[in-house]
Ligand binder design. Structure first.
Ligand code: GLN
Length: 543
């Protein structure tokens, strides 16, 4: 039976609980244990798919087509374990399930209540599909004291009691702020946070204390005394040089050791951390650097492009170079900002995924710049669609080319996908379909043309990548686009949906309908990102 580690956060949000969970899982994995990480989100949306990236950051998509919290991206990047729908549940989904059941009459006349019905549903989620695991890490979103997270706190309290003794522990992540005027680290917020937690019936076993300065031994003892934990279980967590330095740093502070001790495990194998040492060496000792311009819409919030940023970093690790990412607001090019002046210093131009017409002409102009100036270009999802519209307009003579996403058009080079085959059978959509959970989502296979650039990059003719889109490039325009030099080098197996386009007469020009950034890992960089950065390195030697 799997052991459970429940992770809560206190004092303030944004302490990096997700990274902490991912790092602890990586450390347990490094000792040979099988791990899985789950996220409980207290908000009432059924999933984050309908939320603005400014509200929620990126929507992370799993192979099985779930639209999930971006923390699942960290989990997957740190452990290599593919996340699933069953690894992220929101309070909205819990209530949706319960209300559907109530409407069917499944509760047989009972009054449906938070305790036990909502808490039972949360517990069932935590326990599902865990037979083949040694450790399940459950991260509770939000901060202790939030009204919204109360049912989740109650559920993990109950679960701790339901499970055998020694089967579960609580880790609480807090902040120990530095007050400059006093020149001291302050432990009181941590004490209050733990008091709040114990008032809910949860006594933490381990405290992970985020701090900007080293935690003096005296303060460690004080926290231990007031919070009822052993001093060794108060783990200082200082800011790290890189997120990928966190596992080794937490190991040095004794986190995994304390976790094992809390479970009473004394015979655990020593961890093998070579892969982390290797990627940190690649990141901290680069042999060069490149600058990539990402021309997008949500550039004000880095979290909106979390996986993309990480995948670019991994591409840098693969080539032993530092990747400087310049986030460029596409809309500025529509408002008169000098495009050439902004893009000339770039060694590669990337147009990422996105939604809606705002900034699209700026993106199309950036594709044109990359094509004409022979600058490595990578278009992802909406970025590929923009590359096709640019190609249609400027190399195929279709001046009115556009996408139906932006309004009615006489030349729908990109249009709404109304039918496609999935593992579940034929999917049908219309313009009236609900927005939530109805895109073409999750892993789909694609066939690559044998002599294409991308087949060389992947070293394969058949691939599987994750999708999240409602529109598709219209295969009816294939002939004029290919005549203009834009080759359809990847298609869905039935040959109907364009998955990849490329320009063989360009140093590196690839557009993909899927999101390769979601599958990139530091110790296994995605081949498209490794290839794009390699092309940018070449470009940097030219300019
Ligand atoms: N808005 C486009 C579509 O729905 C692209 C989506 C994306 O980039 N993820 O097809």
């Amino acid at each position: 039976m799997a052991r459970y580690i429940f992770i809560t956060g206190g004092v303030v949000s944004s302490l990096g609980k997700g990274l902490m969970a991912a790092s602890l899982a990586a450390l347990l994995q490094a000792r040979g244990y099988r791990v899985r990480i789950r996220k409980f989100d207290p908000y009432l949306n059924v999933d984050p798919g309908t939320m603005s990236p400014y509200q929620h950051g990126e929507v992370y998509v799993t192979d099985d087509g779930a639209e999930t919290d971006l923390d699942l991206g960290h989990y997957e990047r740190f452990t290599g374990v593919s996340a699933r729908q069953s690894d992220n549940v929101t309070q909205g989904r819990v209530y949706q399930t319960i209300i559907q059941r109530e409407r069917r009459g499944d509760y047989l006349g009972a009054t449906v209540q938070v305790i036990p019905h909502v808490t039972d549903e949360i517990k069932a989620f935590a326990l599902a599909e865990t037979d083949d695991l040694d450790f399940v890490l459950c991260e509770i979103g939000g901060t202790v004291g939030d009204i919204e997270s109360l049912p989740f706190m109650e559920a993990i309290r109950q679960l701790h009691n339901d499970l055998d003794r020694g089967q579960s522990i609580f880790v609480h992540v807090t902040l120990v702020p530095y007050i400059a005027a006093a020149g001291e680290l302050k432990t009181k917020p941590t004490q209050h946070s733990v008091r709040e937690l114990t008032s809910l019936g949860i006594q933490p076993d381990i405290l992970l204390c985020r701090c900007e300065h080293p935690l003096p031994e005296s303060e460690r003892r004080k926290i231990a005394l007031f919070c009822n934990v052993r001093p060794e279980a108060v783990i200082p967590a200082l800011d790290a040089k890189s997120i990928y330095a966190v596992p080794e740093q937490y190991h040095a502070e004794g986190l995994d050791e304390e976790v094992l001790r809390a479970f009473g495990i004394s015979d655990a194998p020593a961890p093998t951390l070579d892969r982390w040492t290797d990627i940190m060496d690649r990141q901290l000792n680069p042999e060069g650097e490149v600058t990539i311009g990402v021309v997008g819409k949500y550039v004000g919030l880095l979290d909106a492009y979390k996986s993309l940023h990480e995948a670019l970093t991994h591409g840098g690790m693969a080539n032993r170079v530092k990747v400087n990412v310049k986030w460029i607001d596409a809309e500025l090019f529509e408002k008169g900002e000098d495009l050439a002046a902004s893009l000339e210093p770039m060694h590669g131009i990337l147009v990422p995924g996105g939604f809606g017409v705002r900034g699209s002409e700026g993106k199309i102009a950036s594709v044109k710049f990359a094509r004409e100036r022979n600058v490595p270009f990578f278009g992802i999802c909406l970025g590929m669609q923009m590359a096709c519209i640019e190609g249609a307009r400027n190399t195929a003579g279709i001046a009115a080319a556009s996408t139906t996403e932006f309004g009615e058009t006489s030349e729908p080079v990109v249009g709404l996908i109304t039918e496609w085959m999935s593992k579940e059978g034929l999917q049908k959509r219309t313009a009236e379909t609900d927005l939530g959970g109805t895109m073409r989502l999750g892993a789909y296979p694609a066939k690559l043309a044998g002599n294409s650039v991308v087949a060389g990059i992947y070293g394969a003719n058949e691939i599987s990548e994750r999708h999240r889109h409602r529109y598709e490039v219209n295969a009816g325009y294939r002939e004029p686009l290919e005549k203009g030099g834009l080759i359809f080098s990847g298609m869905s197996p039935d040959g109907t949906l364009p998955e990849i386009v490329e320009r063989p007469d360009h140093p590196w020009f690839v557009g993909v309908q899927f999101h390769p950034e979601l599958k990139s890992k530091p110790f296994d960089p995605h081949p498209l990102f490794a290839g794009f950065i390699a092309a940018a390195v070449k470009q940097s030697r030219l300019v």
